[in-house]
Structures are given as structure tokens and as C-alpha cells.
Design a protein around this ligand. Structure first.
Ligand SMILES: NC(=O)C1=CN([C@@H]2O[C@H](COP(=O)(O)OP(=O)(O)OC[C@H]3O[C@@H](n4cnc5c(N)ncnc54)[C@H](O)[C@@H]3O)[C@@H](O)[C@H]2O)[C@@H](O)CC1
Ligand SMILES: [K+]
Length: 520
């Protein structure tokens, strides 16, 4: 599903009104009705129960007046707690305020404490304080109101976005409402799907408010990867498939103490449908990797005593790579100077699509401009925020504050495909496309998860998926495998190998989503 910033949504509102002649009042009525319908669906008809609508002075509050009117028609006792003088309300919101039964309106005097008994008496609280128009940190009476909503202990329904969440980033502007569910309009906003905003939204309902399809299609946005989207990306395997047609990956990995990284990357490539996987490792580690893997073919490189990948292995690796569909470089290779030199040489000379992770990225961070020498070839990076910060030459908090922008800027600047890992991984392409992954959970905060992702991504690229689609599907499958583990292992007990072994189930779940018969 497409996701936009609050600013883009406001431009879409204006286009709908200006170009298509659909009045703002109609959009507001549709928005309010969508909320009232969602409330009735979840909580039933009012039957005299009380609903408290906490409203601000903008159009988010305007939606709140519509909700109050419609819920009153459906048997609720509605009260609107308005945190602005009515004289400050203009436009469509003022028109709807005028339609409100004046008996429902509560205006707390400026500086007086909020009437907390209204919260106590209510069965349900509707948050219509601030929507996409929030501009700054929330303070004063608005802050008090948000704290009262959260302290009420009542189910909270947020209108468009929980008040206090920045619609462009999901950041909390000082304080924000925690909702049971959120009804957002026309398209989800980035703040509805990015952390911490997405946690505060609760269940997200995207409501049709009658915007023309042309306006929805024409809006610049990013792709949110859910099951339906992942399903649409996945291709069925041909009935004539053989191991040579399902992609042959070369994984270059491993050093003492990190043979597991090599094994997981290689095994995960197989578990994602790769036809063949060759694992190149320092020669001295071959007996260990022979034992750790079964279907994977190992390729010991360097002198017989070599414990690390070194520059001397370059010709051997280039020869091997020349007949492979994709190369994955980095899991557990360490950062010895000769290994770093080898990474730089491979970067320059490998013609194949190249997935770089972990110590491969650390080697690259010393000179990211080397990526530009690969403009004519496909390069895919899978950094976590620490690796991204080193690559981009900034701090981790700077990356975390603007994850989408950081990924997009780097991908465009260095002409690479990127999966910026972390809660809601961001996928960015050199041409500016961005996607946000909707799968995954905190159980993935454990060593080795990145090695699994590297294998999954290499496998998909090797199978012929386009790089951006491969990144999207890899991130989604990886997160989904972890989500499928939640009922079995919880967030504390899952390991990267568990995720690796759950990949086949994740593939099946995506393939057969919506009852598709394209897969067998
Ligand atoms: N035609 C439209 O534009 C539509 C808008 N809709 C609703 O309108 C909302 C956007 O409306 P607005 O643009 O009026 O903005 P909001 O209603 O989100 O709030 C903006 C108001 O709050 C004030 N404000 C901003 N930051 C504040 C802060 N930190 N503390 C206190 N006050 C603050 C602003 O000065 C402004 O008066 C959407 O979220 C949606 O709910 C829907 O009714 C659908 C149609
Ligand atoms: K709101």
C-alpha cells in the first residue's frame, strides 16, 4: 500500500477540492462517517453510552464534530471537549461546529483544569485534537489533554493519526496519544507506519473518503510492504525448473569465530529457493564449514593454512564468480587489512550483482566513493544503523531520526540498492523508489539475523528478481519468518538459525496469500 507524508496529503486534499470540485465539506463528512462506522463496528450502537470527543481547532477537530453528530444519531451521548475558542475555528470545521447540538459542547476556561470527570464517565474517547497539521512540540493545554486521554483507561480511537505524532516521520512531538485503533484517510501517512507512531496507532484502518483515483495514483509516496504487496512481488517457479535455473549464489564469508555467519548466509540462500550455493571460505576453515553445511558446496580459498580471506585469493574468487548469478560478500570476514584490500578489489572487479553486508560494509566505510566505480553494475547493501552511520559519515541518532531520507540519499548518491535494517527496514533504490517493510519483530534483535537476510537477498537476486523487488521481498520474508516464530519462541528465545529454518514457511505464506493458485 502507498504511504505519504502529511504534507503530500494536504496537497491531495487541495487537488481534490480545486481540480475535481469535490468540496472539502464532503471529504470531512466522509472522514467523520468512516470513523463513526469503524466505532459502531467495534463498539456497537450507543444505547445511551457516553463518547467523549477531544477536539482541536483545525480540520482534525472538524472531523471530530462530524463524528459527534453521527454518533449522536446512532444513540451515543456525545460530548465535545473543545480546546480552542469557537471564534478561532474557520472553514469546513466551523461549518460542522455550527451543526453541532450546542448542548454537547464543553469549553474549558483558559487556564482552568480539564474536566476529568468527562473522561471517567466516557465509554470511549475519540482523539480529534491534532492531525496532519501538527507543526511543533505539543505543550500547555494540548499536552494536558493528551495526558488525560492516555490516563483515562478508556479505549481511544484516533482520527487520522494519534495527536502528537509527526505524520512525516512517526516521531513523538513531546507527547502523543496511545490509541486502540486509528482511522486514517485516503492513504496511510508515514507516521502511521513508522516507529514509534505505528505502535501508538494500534490497529490501522485506511478509509476511503472519496478522493479520485487519479489523485491517489498521482501522489508521491513510498511503498509499505505488507503480505498482499509481498505476494504481488513473488513469482511462481516454472514447472520446468532445475537446479541450474534457480540461481547459483557465491557466498564469500567466514573467519575464525564467525563460521556460523558463513553457514547461515549460505543455508538461508538455499532455504529461499536458490538452486545452488557455493560458499568460499578461508582454506583452514573448510573442515568446519563442511561439517556445518550439507547441500552447500564449500570452496576453500587461499593457502592451506589461511584462516582469513586475503588479497591473494582474488584471482580464484573472480574465476569462481564469473559463472555465478550473484555474489554475497561480508558475513563474518573480519576487518584484517588484507581482507579489506580484498573487499576493495572485489568491489572494483566483480561483474556480477554484488550483495555486501557486515564486515564487507565496514571495509567499504573506509572509502564509500569506491561504490561509484560500480555504477554500471548492480550493488546491494544491507547495513544496520551503525553500519549506515559509518558509511554515510554521520551518527546513529542522525540516521535513526530520518531513516527513509538517510537510506534514500545514500542510495541515490552512490547508485546502490539498500536495505537499512532495524524496526521497519527501509528499502531504497538509486532512482528514488523507497519502501518500508511491515514485517518483523523485536525478537530479531539477536546476532546472525543479518547473515540470514544476506542469504535471502542473494538467493532472490540469483533467481532473477529485479534488485529493488528482491530487496523488498527479502526484507519481508525475513521479517515474516521471525513473525511466524513468535507463537513458538516469543521475542526472547528466537535465534537466527530458527529464522533461517522458518524461511520455507514464510515463502509459502507469501505465495499462497489471498488463496492464490499461481504457486504449487
Ligand atoms: N480537506 C481537508 O483538508 C481534509 C482534512 N481532514 C482532516 O484535517 C486534518 C488536517 O487539518 P489541519 O490542516 O487543519 O490541521 P490539524 O487539525 O491537524 O491541526 C492544525 C491546527 O493545530 C495547530 N497546531 C499545530 N501544531 C500544534 C501544536 N503543537 N500544539 C497546538 N496546536 C497546534 C495549528 O496551528 C492548526 O490550527 C487531517 O489530519 C484530517 O483529520 C479530513 O477532514 C479530510 C479532509
Ligand atoms: K488525531
Amino acid at each position: 500500500m502507498k504511504v505519504v507524508t502529511g504534507q503530500v496529503m494536504q496537497q491531495m486534499d487541495q487537488r481534490t477540492i480545486g481540480e475535481f470540485g469535490i468540496p472539502g465539506l464532503t471529504l470531512m463528512e466522509n472522514a467523520g462517517r468512516a470513523c463513526a462506522d469503524a466505532i459502531t463496528e467495534s463498539f456497537g450502537p450507543g444505547e445511551g453510552r457516553k463518547v467523549l470527543i477531544v477536539a482541536g481547532k483545525g480540520n482534525n477537530g472538524g472531523d471530530g464534530y462530524v463524528i459527534a453528530r453521527l454518533l449522536a444519531e446512532r444513540g451515543w451521548q456525545a460530548a465535545v471537549l473543545l480546546l480552542a475558542p469557537p471564534s478561532a475555528i474557520a472553514g469546513d470545521a466551523a461549518a460542522n461546529l455550527a451543526l453541532l447540538d450546542k448542548g454537547t459542547l464543553v469549553l474549558p476556561p483558559v487556564g482552568a483544569p480539564l474536566p476529568l470527570e468527562l473522561f471517567r464517565e466516557a465509554t470511549l474517547v475519540v482523539d480529534a485534537l491534532l492531525g496532519t497539521g501538527v507543526k511543533s512540540e505539543v505543550t500547555g493545554a494540548f499536552r494536558d489533554a493528551i495526558e488525560a486521554i492516555n490516563a483515562s483507561g478508556r479505549p481511544v480511537v484516533a482520527v487520522d493519526i494519534p495527536s502528537g505524532v509527526d505524520a512525516a516521520t512517526g516521531r513523538v512531538l513531546g507527547v502523543a496519544v496511545r490509541a486502540e485503533f486509528t482511522v486514517t484517510f485516503a492513504l496511510a501517512k508515514l507516521g502511521n507506519v513508522l516507529h514509534p507512531g505505528c505502535d501508538l496507532c494500534g490497529r490501522l484502518v485506511v478509509a476511503d473518503i472519496g478522493m479520485p483515483q487519479t489523485v491517489l495514483d498521482g501522489a508521491p509516496g513510498v511503498e509499505y510492504l505488507d503480505l498482499a504487496r509481498a505476494h504481488s512481488l513473488m513469482r511462481p517457479r516454472s514447472p520446468l525448473a532445475h537446479k541450474g535455473s534457480a540461481g547459483h549464489s557465491l557466498v564469500i564469508a567466514g573467519s575464525p569465530g564467525k563460521t556460523g555467519a558463513a553457514a547461515m548466509a549460505a543455508n538461508s540462500a538455499l532455504r529461499t529457493g536458490g538452486g545452488l550455493v557455493t560458499l568460499a571460505i578461508p582454506a583452514a576453515l573448510n573442515p568446519i564449514l563442511e561439517a556445518k553445511t550439507t547441500e552447500v558446496m564449500t570452496l576453500p580459498v587461499g593457502t592451506s593454512g589461511a584462516t582469513h580471506l586475503q588479497a591473494g585469493a582474488l584471482p580464484e574468487l573472480l574465476r569462481e564468480a564469473s559463472t555465478r548469478d550473484v555474489v554475497a560478500l561480508g558475513p563474518g570476514i573480519g576487518t584484517a587489512p588484507s581482507t579489506v584490500f580484498l573487499v576493495h578489489s572485489l568491489l572494483a572487479e566483480l561483474a556480477q550483482p554484488l550483495v555486501i553486508d557486515a564486515d564487507g560494509l565496514n571495509a567499504l566505510a573506509q572509502a564509500p566513493e569506491r561504490l561509484l566505480t560500480r555504477r554500471d553494475r548492480i550493488t546491494l547493501l544491507t547495513p544496520h544503523p551503525g553500519e549506515m552511520a559509518r558509511l554515510a559519515g554521520c551518527s546513529i541518532p542522525e540516521i535513526e531520526a530520518e531513516r527513509s531520507a538517510a537510506a534514500a540519499d545514500f542510495a541515490r548518491r552512490y547508485q546502490v540498492y539498500l536495505i537499512l535494517k532495524g524496526a521497519r527496514s527501509v528499502i531504497a533504490a538509486p532512482d528514488g523508489r523507497i519502501a518500508i517493510n511491515g514485517s518483523g519483530n523485536p525478537g530479531m534483535a539477536s546476532g546472525g539475523m543479518g547473515d540470514v537476510l544476506t542469504g535471502v537477498l542473494a538467493s532472490l537476486v540469483g533467481q532473477g528478481y529485479q534488485p529493488f523487488e528482491a530487496c523488498c521481498l527479502a526484507a519481508y520474508l525475513h521479517g515474516l519468518a521471525a513473525d511466524l516464530l513468535l507463537p513458538l519462541k516469543g521475542t526472547q528465545g528466537m535465534s537466527a538459525t530458527d529464522v533461517q529454518e522458518k524461511l520455507p514457511e514464510a515463502l509459502k505464506a507469501v505465495a499462497f496469500a489471498t488463496g492464490s493458485t499461481r504457486f504449487h
